[in-house]
Design a protein around this ligand. Structure first.
Ligand SMILES: [Cu+2]
Length: 133
C-alpha cells in the first residue's frame, strides 16, 4: 500500500542524513562578518543590513536540520545538521554552518528548503539580507 505522507517523511530524513555538513565554527561578528542563527524555525536576526563585501555566517543551533537557501538562487547551503550531543540544543559538537559573501547591493530573501514558507506552518520562517554600499 502506498502511503505518500510516509514516503515524503522518509525522503526528508534521507536528505538530512546523507547531506551532512561539517560542524560549524563559532561566529564572532566583526566589520566583515555577520552572524545569523537558525533555531526553532526562526532565522535570528530575520532581517539584517550589511555593507557590500560582508560575509554572513548562518549556524544551526537547534534540534532540527535546516538550510539557508536564497529565494533567487544566489546561494544554497545544503543541509546544515543540528548540533550533536549535549542535548538537542547542543553543548556537544556545533551545528552545521554556512558562509556566503555578498558582493552586490540588493535585498536578498531566503528560506529553509526543508521547511519552506509555502507550507502554512513555516510561513514566517524566512529571512532577508539587505546589502548596501
Ligand atoms: Cu528548516
Amino acid at each position: 500500500m502506498i502511503r505518500p505522507l510516509n514516503l515524503s517523511a522518509l525522503a526528508l530524513f534521507t536528505v538530512a542524513c546523507t547531506n551532512s555538513t561539517a560542524p560549524g565554527s563559532a561566529c564572532t561578528a566583526s566589520a566583515t562578518l555577520a552572524c545569523v542563527t537558525i533555531q526553532d524555525f526562526t532565522f535570528s536576526p530575520a532581517t539584517l543590513t550589511i555593507k557590500v563585501g560582508t560575509t554572513v555566517q548562518w549556524t544551526n543551533t537547534g534540534p532540527s536540520a535546516h538550510t539557508t537557501t536564497s529565494d533567487a538562487a544566489a546561494w544554497n547551503s545544503g543541509t546544515l545538521s543540528a548540533p550533536m550531543g549535549g542535548g538537542a540544543y547542543g553543548g556537544g559538537s556545533a551545528g552545521g554552518s554556512y558562509t556566503f559573501t555578498f558582493t552586490a547591493t540588493g535585498s536578498y530573501g531566503y528560506h529553509c528548503a526543508l521547511h519552506p514558507p509555502s507550507m502554512p506552518q513555516y510561513a514566517g520562517f524566512t529571512g532577508t539580507i539587505t546589502v548596501t554600499q
